[in-house]
Ligand binder design. Structure first.
Ligand SMILES: NC(=O)N[C@@H](O)C(=O)O
Ligand code: NI
Length: 166
């Protein structure tokens, strides 16, 4: 069982999976008579059909026991999915590149610093929300519409990468 290396979340490192939603290192322009910085279009909501809608939800999640064998990943083939932490707490992200099925050796882990959100592109394999605190809240922007928008892939027991974080 391979223990995942937990990488710091950065735009560059996360680029194969989506965008990082953060002010650090992001362009902005002044609005509201110079009283506000607009960090414009940090990420793009992807949908699949004209009747799709981008929706905004809040997820209140509880932490999972760690170390955590990564038994499964999921993907949303019809739309992107963004998670923005609302309490400023770090959280964990586990992803694999889009494709027919995630290969265990392609699974990567990142640590968001609490001031960063992520936007998974359509079809990117990811583990459901992984919070570090006992409980955490996230603003979630994703797609609502017809059709099944959640595929799951389960790793064979011996192939499960291990997520180990204090
Ligand atoms: N199922 C659901 O809405 N949440 C997952 O997609 C997730 O990524 O947490
Ligand atoms: Ni998801």
């Amino acid at each position: 069982m391979r223990t995942l290396t937990i990488e710091p979340l950065s735009k560059e490192a996360f680029a194969p999976f989506g965008e990082v939603i953060e002010t650090e290192g992001s362009d902005f322009f002044p609005i509201n008579n110079g009283t506000t910085r607009r960090y414009h279009r940090l990420a793009t909501v992807e949908t699949a059909t004209p009747e799709d809608r981008a929706i905004i939800s809040i997820f209140r999640a509880r932490t999972l026991p760690r170390p955590l064998p990564i038994a499964m990943l999921e993907r949303h083939p019809l739309g992107s999915q963004a998670f923005v932490p609302l309490r400023g707490q770090p959280f964990l992200i586990v992803v694999a590149p889009p494709g027919a099925a995630p290969a265990p050796e392609q699974v990567r882990a990142f640590l968001g610093d609490g001031r960063q959100g992520v936007n998974y592109h359509r079809g990117v394999w990811h583990h459901p929300l992984l919070v570090i605190a006992d409980e955490d809240d996230f603003l979630v922007i994703d797609r609502a519409g017809p059709g099944d928008n959640c595929d799951e892939h389960f790793f064979a027991e011996g192939d499960r990468p291990l997520l180990s974080y204090p």
